[in-house]
Design a binder for this molecule. Sequence first.
Ligand SMILES: Cc1ncc(COP(=O)(O)O)c(C=O)c1O
Length: 369
Amino acid sequence: MLEKIPCLDLKGQHQQIKKEVFDAFEKVYESTAFSGGPFVEEFEKNFAVFCQTAYAVGVNNGTSALHLAMLALGIGVGDEVIVPANTFIATAWGVSYTGAIPVFVDCTSDTWQIDATKIEEKITPKTKAIVGVHLYGQPFDVESLLAICRKHNLSLLEDAAQAQGARYNDIPVGGFGEMACFSFYPGKNLGACGEAGGITTKNEKYYKHLLSLRNHGSMVRYHHDEVGFNMRMGGLEGASLNVKLKYLPEWNNRRREIATRYQQEIKNTHIKLQYQPDWAKSVYHLFVLTTENRDGLINYLNENNIFPGLHYPVPCHLQKAYAHLKYKEGDCPNAEYLAQHCISLPMYAELTDAEISHIIKVLNAYKNA
Ligand SMILES: Cc1ncc(COP(=O)(O)O)c(C=O)c1O
C-alpha cells in the first residue's frame, strides 16, 4: 500500500540538499550578513542571468515585489490596472496597496489564462497597466498582451510568482514586461528556506528605484528621497536560494516529465486538462484539471490516498475584500467555472514513478458515480 500522496511535499527536496544549504547558512552566520548583503547580491546576479534580464532585486516576498513594481511604474490613487480574475489574490493586492483599482478580466475556457480578447473592453482613460500572470507555471499570451499595451500606451507587468524557468517561445519569462515579479515562498518551484520574493527588469531606471523603495527610500544611509519600505531579502533566504537555483532546471525537468505522463496517460472523459499552446513551455508549479463533480472526485481520490489541492476556490472578483467593486456572479464566467470545478493533482519533483502510476490508474478508474 502506498503512503498518502499530498499535493505538495517539501521534505524530500530539502533532505537532498540539506548539507549544502546548512554550509551556506554557516557562511551567512559567520559573516552576520542577515539582512541583504553579499549572499542576496550573489543570488540577484545569478537570478538575472537565469531569467536573461539585466537586473534582479531581492525582496521579502512576492506580494511586496508586486507592490514595489506598481510603485516603480508610478501607479497610484485614481489609476486602474487590468488583472486576471483567475489568479492568487496577491496579484490584485499589489494594485490595491497603491490606492489604484484592480479591474478583473475573465480567463479563457481552455488555457485558463487571462483572455486577451476581453481586455480592451475594460480599458478606460484611467488604465495604466496590465498584469499578466504565468499561472500554474504556464506562460500567458505575451504577444497579445504586449500588442494591447503598445496600442493603448500601457505598461505590462509579469506576475511570474509561479513560473521560475518557464519559457514563452523558448525565452525565459521575466523579461517580457517592464518588470516581472517572483515569489520564492517555500512551496514555489524555486522556494527559499523562509519568505522571499524578487523583481527582474531590463530597465536601469526601475532597477535603481526598486533598490531604494525596498530600503526605506534610501540610497545613502539616513538620507530618504521618498517614503520607502523595509522589504529587503534576508541573507539566509538569499543563501538558500543560491543553492537551490542550481538544481531548479533539473527539478523543473522532472515536473515536466510528470506532467507529460499525466497528459498522455490520464484517459477519462470526466476529466479536462489545461490546454497548452505551442509557445508555452510550462514549469508545472501546479497541475490543474477540471471535473463536473469536484467533491465526488476529491472524496474518491482521498479514499485512494491521494490528496489534491484547490487553486483557487474563489475568483478574485468575487472575494469579500473586493465586494466594494460590485462585481457579481456571471461577470467572469470561465474563472467562476474553474473556481468551482478545479483540483490540483500532486506535483513536485520528488514524486516517485510508482506514485505517479498510482494517481493515473486511480483517475482512469474514476466513474463519476
Ligand atoms: C500568482 C501569485 N502572485 C503573487 C504571489 C505572492 O507571493 P508571496 O506569497 O511570496 O507573497 C503568489 C504566491 O503565493 C502567487 O501565486
